[in-house]
Design a protein around this ligand. Structure first.
Ligand code: IFM
Length: 438
């Protein structure tokens, strides 16, 4: 049981540090009748794919209620709002008009818009196994920057290509529901290529402040046994280095490039376009051990026996309602480890997502979680990591992918029947803390 928190002021970060909150289009917008279908619409339509059988057709109806949500952001006092642009909506007539209105409303409210250009809702007719999807992405990005670039000055290309690859294409737990295991590697490569092409398209459109939101977490070996250490190292490659090395070092971890299609050295030049900042989504560390020769169930996933590792329960930490361990100090470890590994190739870092799922309006556990992670981030900053921002996931309770609406990550409660928004204790805490910072 986590004790009730006192509202301490937030630690002091260097000037210009951005406080923000994050959401994504498919998880909050609704208005599915005003956009084309995405892989997630097809996936949720298949019985048994989403735990509570729900879909995101209405979600939080943010499409129609965005003014109310912008007012919540203004009252919260955040500097920036990270949302995503729905590619299938942009492909539909008038689709960009919505983002035009949203960006204007945010600017009027004094909140900086920070769009993410892909957060998993791939147009249904496209497939990341197909290399051409990367070029299609760059065309779509050009259309978005042409329309919004006069009012948006901070951009994110992709959200968590690791999860989209691993959960969506390797393990089949997310859309498009493919279970290709290591044959999913081209999906990672094509997303990274799409990222590089998008950076070029954004710069050609005048953008100057470009990053990505990659998910990362420390990997802890289950023991010092060489087989556990080797398994943990392999997992670290899959979750962390496969997605960071090409961007920051211009190379893939050993052994990966041979498994990829196309002219990989030429693609790596595109992928490694310099970034203005590097976004990290952090939730938890993972304990990894040697394979045990049997299928295992972990965190709602079925991990096949042929994987060269197993994921183990991390004991001795409090857990969120989702069962995720709460380990703020692993955020410090992650960031100092990144600074060590990538040195001066690592641009300034922004935590583009961090948050937790808990029930209830008096969400003291969320306050403790956020407070602990902000302090862990501050320790990384004091240790010399150039940290420039922190975004809470999420503003609203929303559609948590294969979990449906059962997991509540919001600072603001959303009633599933009426869609009424009610700020939680954590919203008040963050608002007061942001005000107290002066
Ligand atoms: O809801 C997701 C988000 O879409 C991507 N990062 C993790 C969050 C919580 O699972």
């Amino acid at each position: 049981m986590i004790a009730r928190m006192a509202t301490n002021p937030l630690p002091q970060f260097p000037p210009g540090f951005l406080w923000g909150v994050s959401t994504s289009a498919h998880q909050i917008e609704g208005a599915a009748d005003r956009r084309g279908a995405s892989v997630w619409d097809a996936f949720t339509a298949e019985p048994g794919r989403v735990k509570d059988g729900s879909t995101a057709a209405v979600a939080c109806d943010h499409y129609h209620r965005y003014r109310e949500d912008v007012a919540l952001l203004r009252d919260l006092g955040v500097d920036a709002y990270r949302f995503s642009v729905s590619w299938p909506r942009v492909n539909s007539p008038g689709g960009l008009d919505f983002y035009d209105r949203l960006v204007d409303a945010l600017r009027e409210a004094g909140v900086r818009p920070v769009p993410t250009l892909f957060h998993w809702d791939l147009p249904l007719e496209l497939d990341w196994l197909d290399r051409d999807t990367a070029s299609r992405f760059a065309e779509y990005v050009s259309a978005v920057v042409t329309r919004l670039g006069d009012r948006v000055d901070k951009w994110i290309t992709l959200n968590e290509p690791a999860e989209h690859t691993l959960l969506g294409h390797a393990l089949g737990a997310h859309a498009p529901g493919e279970r290709l295991l290591f044959d999913a590697l081209p999906v990672a490569h094509h997303q990274l290529l799409a990222h590089g092409l998008a950076v070029r398209a954004l710069r050609a459109g005048g953008a100057v402040d470009i990053g990505i939101a990659n998910s990362h977490g420390p990997t802890w070996a289950a023991s010092d046994r060489p087989e556990d250490v080797a398994a943990a190292d392999f997992y670290d490659v899959l979750l962390n280095r496969l997605f960071a090395d090409p961007l920051l070092l211009g190379s893939y971890p050993e052994g990966i490039a041979d498994l990829l299609p196309g002219d990989v050295p030429a693609d790596l030049e595109v992928i490694a376009e310099p970034l203005d900042w590097y976004g990290i989504n952090y939730y938890q560390p993972t304990k990894v051990g040697a394979p045990e020769g049997a299928e295992i169930e972990f965190g709602g996933l079925t991990l096949p026996a042929e994987l060269p590792f197993t994921v183990r329960e991390l004991e001795g930490y409090p857990v969120t309602d989702f069962g995720w361990p709460v380990v703020p100090e692993a955020l410090t470890e992650l960031l100092t480890g990144f600074a060590e590994r990538y040195g001066d190739r690592l641009p300034p870092v922004v935590v583009t997502e961090n948050g937790c799922s808990y029930e209830g309006l008096d969400d003291q556990e969320r306050i403790a979680f956020l407070d602990g992670h902000v302090r862990a981030l501050h320790r990384a900053s004091e240790a010399g990591v150039d940290v420039r921002g922190y975004f809470v996931w999420s503003l609203l309770d929303n559609f948590e992918w294969a979990e449906g609406y059962a997991r509540r990550f919001g600072l603001v409660h959303v009633d599933r029947d009426t869609l009424e928004r009610t700020p939680k204790a954590s919203y008040q805490w963050l608002r007061d803390a942001l005000r107290a910072r002066g």
